[in-house]
Design a protein around this ligand. Structure first.
Ligand code: FAD
Length: 302
């Protein structure tokens, strides 16, 4: 069996595996796609100490760093279940069962899509999901935020300080965000809020040039010219495969303590799949390190 088995090969998993292997313990890493969300990212400007990099390049560096250690890397495998017996057992889609004294779950998350024409086509060409990552790319431009929940309104407030104008599009007749956020939003001069509207299409040629929506009160179709669309309708953690084996919150995020430990002894978790408020590369790497050190602490005590 492994001492530490990491499930997931994004920034959190890579960091957890390196921290574990550096303790000289038997470490495995199983992942569907090594690199995770980073593979889908173009420019990265907030990975501190690296002024600019691109997703595929960072993913390759992560893998190169992992390969420096004797980590048993199993790529192209999906985990479909976890069970705590004497050891922790992780079952793969192909039926294989991996056994380990401790497991670190770092299966990440995915952005929920609006599913309208133009969204996939203009991804990274004006369509984005991360205001912290991409906000500065739209300095002085006009943008839309789709989604009037807390993340949408936080994004709109954040962007209003950077861009020229923000239009918020909310499907329901009312915003769902907390009252304090709404109050702050409505105090800003360069924000328009459209409620009870359905996004129909993100338009453009080689990059985004506008958004088309339907006013659900009147049925009228409207078009706004703008250069960026921030989709903020939720981040879904990749944790369904765990079922009820590990405690998750109502968003499906794995609940961990300050050592990265879950409610199941020997099972730790890190990165975008846990109940941490902010989801970023640097944060995922930090929590991967925490979970690995937590797992090592657990091993020397048990
Ligand atoms: P992920 O990167 O999601 O990795 C999850 C890993 O688990 C993958 O290897 C995946 O294949 C694997 N996996 C999932 N399910 C299973 C399973 N059942 N079995 C086995 N393996 C599984 N952050 C920044 O800091 N700066 C940026 O500029 C930035 N830009 C972004 C741009 C885009 C388009 C996106 C989508 C995200 C961006 N982010 C950015 C966010 C950042 O990518 C994430 O916070 C980070 O990748 C999370 O790392 P993670 O390791 O927790 O999860």
């Amino acid at each position: 069996p492994y001492d530490v088995l990491v499930v997931g090969g994004g920034p959190a998993g890579a960091s957890a595996a390196i921290y574990a292997a550096r303790k000289g313990i038997r470490t495995g890493l199983v992942a569907d796609r090594f690199g995770g969300q980073v593979l889908d990212t173009v420019g990265i400007e907030n990975f501190i100490s690296v002024k600019y990099t691109e997703g595929p390049q960072l993913a390759a560096s992560l893998e190169e760093h992992v390969k420096e250690y004797g980590i048993d890397v199993m790529k192209g495998h999906l985990a479909k279940g976890l069970e705590k017996k004497e050891l922790v057992e992780v079952e793969l889609e192909n039926g294989a069962i991996l056994k380990s004294k401790t497991v670190i779950i770092s299966t990440g998350a995915r952005w929920r899509n609006v599913g309208v024409p133009g969204e996939a086509e203009f991804r990274n060409k004006g369509v984005t999901y991360c205001p912290h990552c991409d906000g500065p790319l739209f300095t002085g431009k006009d943008v839309a935020v789709i989604g009037g929940g807390n993340s949408g309104i936080e994004a709109a407030i954040d962007l209003a300080g950077i861009v020229r104008h923000v239009t918020v599009l909310e499907f329901m007749p009312e915003l769902k965000a907390d009252a304090v956020l709404q109050k702050r939003l409505y105090s800003l001069p360069n924000v328009t809020v459209l409620k009870n509207v359905q996004t129909k299409e993100i338009t453009g040629t080689d990059k985004v040039d506008g958004i088309t929506y339907v006013d659900r009160d009147t049925g009228a179709e409207e078009h706004i010219e703008l250069q960026g669309v921030f989709v903020q309708i939720g981040l879904v953690p990749n944790t369904d495969w765990l079922g009820d084996t590990v405690e998750r919150n109502r968003m499906g995020e794995i609940v961990v303590n300050s050592h990265g430990a879950t409610n199941v002894p020997g099972v730790f978790a890190a990165g975008d799949c846990i109940n941490s408020p902010y989801k970023q590369i640097i944060i995922s790497m930090g929590s991967g390190a925490t979970a690995a050190l937590g797992a090592f602490d657990y091993l020397i005590r048990n």
